[in-house]
Design a binder for this molecule. Structure first.
Ligand code: GLU
Length: 518
């Protein structure tokens, strides 16, 4: 068999912010096309004018760019088969032409039902427990004279596809295999609406053909429309592309993914401090299994492995804890220069602030978010006033964070003149008998120095412990850490001491001494 040259398309409708499900759809096609060295096309499906949301197209493009999802053809990129926006294709008469072809073949027909008539039909079907939908009504078999009269009277008109009756419609789905329908249960879908706009059924399939799409990869929610699409391809006499219906995404509780399970808007993950590469790795595994128990994968490894056999028919599971674990791992894998630029870009991005200060449902949540942003703003200020110091503080916390947002809270004590003191820690560690002596000696040792190295700090504290005859260094380390940072946890003590430097440390030791003996 000749190698198939794969052509797929990501075809978002600009009706709302792109969410995790949309992005998974886009990612699958990105990797599928790359794996087969094929073409991924970006097409904007904006024929539903009532649901069009201004600004969403820009957000789609921004989300795709952020994640590095690539297209070789399409909207904003170009190509020989454009335009790639359906409203423009409509203007060019593309859909009108192909509608006429179907009407001439008798594969489609004009229907002039009023909305009252359609409502009545529906009610009748409901009462009589019949399949709901338009199975012909008055117009499927109307005479040319009846149609002409209706047109002359200017009745509202749609064009519908004539689904064959008393047949079995079969599609071959690449993930699920053979699926069949009794054609008597498949209603005649509208192809062209009353306003002259094509529906998804018509525009997407016509474009898929004209753009040479080899695989219609899309969400499972489209399976029930697939028989209509198969009939449409057959009616034109066009070869059907391969249908690939990808599994739905559920939360860990088995329910359909929603706000409850975490952010749904793609760019909110950026604002919450997730790395694009981590999110990509996480999302591509929802409904796709690379084989073995591989989870952390480089982009090259995903490209190499991504193909239809790994796609699962069972729902994919969205597990926030797994995303957090992956993100932390990716953060630790960054080189220090890359880490520092990621954090700098993050705290400087206007959407970061907007995200944390956005309304949350309860007071508790609002306070928490405000605190998170407060710490990030402190870091942002630190970067502006002393970049080298801030960058080193960021590097020291690389091992301890899960998201970029965690760097705010983690580095705050470096920038606060008087970091808040954890009361329990003070009660415990400032009460040890040697605390005052330790702080006083440390201060004296620092006096007159302009800097101290990590090794010098370690040597000093170890020597102090030995002089006291302590077996372990803990009772020296903990009080010092609380005096300098206000907390019992944080980056390595000797490293943070060296970074804080003698001046800041001296001021903090004075404060600790005042706390012990006011
Ligand atoms: N415009 C459709 C949507 O956004 C595309 C579905 C498909 O990929 O065919 O749901």
């Amino acid at each position: 068999m000749a190698p198939m040259s794969v052509r797929v398309r990501y075809a978002p409708s600009p009706t709302g912010s792109p969410h995790v499900g949309n992005i998974r759809d886009a990612l699958f096609k990105h990797y599928f096309a790359k794996h087969h060295r094929g073409v991924n096309i970006l097409r904007i499906e904006d024929t539903d004018r009532t649901r069009y949301v201004p600004g969403v197209e820009e957000e789609i493009v921004e989300s795709l760019n952020w994640l590095g999802i690539e297209f070789q053809e399409g909207y904003g990129i170009g190509g020989d088969l454009g335009p790639y926006r359906q409203s423009e294709r409509k203007e060019q008469g593309i859909y009108a032409h192909w509608t006429q072809v179907l009407l001439d073949k008798g594969a489609a027909y004009k229907a002039f039902d009023t909305s009252e008539e359609l409502a009545e039909m529906r009610e009748f079907q409901q009462i009589n427990k019949r399949p709901i939908g338009y199975f012909g009504g008055m117009w499927r078999d109307a005479t040319p004279a009846q149609v002409e009269t209706a047109e002359r009277e200017g009745k509202p008109m749609v064009v519908r596809l004539r689904i064959p009756r008393n047949e079995t419609i079969v599609i071959q789905d690449a993930i699920r295999g053979r699926i069949e329908w009794d054609s008597n249960t498949v209603d005649d879908p509208v192809l062209i609406k009353g306003d002259g706009m094509p529906t998804y059924h018509f525009a997407a399939m016509v474009d898929d053909h004209l753009m040479g799409i080899t695989h219609i990869m899309r969400g499972e929610e489209w399976i029930s429309s697939a028989p209509k699409h198969a009939v449409l391809f057959d009616a034109f006499g066009w070869e059907r592309p391969v249908f690939v219906h990808c599994p739905v995404i559920n939360g860990k509780d088995g329910k359909k993914l929603s706000k409850r399970h975490g952010d749904t808007r793609c760019l909110d993950y950026r604002s919450a401090g997730y790395l694009a590469q981590a999110l990509k790795n996480f999302i591509v595994l929802i409904g796709w299994a690379p084989g073995g128990d591989r989870e952390l994968m480089t982009d090259e490894e995903i490209v190499e492995a991504f193909d239809i056999p790994g796609l699962q028919p069972a729902p994919g599971v969205f597990d926030m804890e797994k995303l957090r674990w992956m993100n932390g791992t990716y953060i630790r894998q960054l080189s220090v220069p890359d880490l520092v630029s990621a954090v700098e870009a993050y705290v400087g991005h206007p959407e970061t602030e907007a995200y944390w200060l956005r309304d949350v449902a309860d007071d508790e949540g609002r306070k928490k978010n405000e605190a998170t942003w407060g710490a990030l703003a402190l870091l942002r200020g630190g970067i502006t006033s002393d970049r080298e110091y801030a960058d080193r503080a960021i590097a020291l916390d690389q091992e301890r964070v899960v998201t970029l947002a965690d760097f705010g809270e983690a580095t705050a004590f470096f920038f606060q003149e008087e970091p808040p003191m954890d009361e329990k820690a003070v009660a415990k560690w400032f009460a040890v008998p040697h605390a005052a002596g330790l702080f006083t000696e440390l201060k004296a040792w620092l006096g007159g120095r302009s800097s101290v190295t990590v090794e010098e700090c370690e040597a000093f504290l170890r020597a102090f412990g030995e002089r006291l005859g302590l077996e372990k260094i803990g009772p020296v380390v903990h009080p010092t850490r609380v005096a300098l940072t206000g907390k019992t946890v944080g980056p390595g003590l000797f490293e943070l001491m060296s970074l804080l430097g003698p001046e800041r440390m001296t001021r903090r030791l004075d404060r600790a001494l005042a706390e012990i003996a006011p």
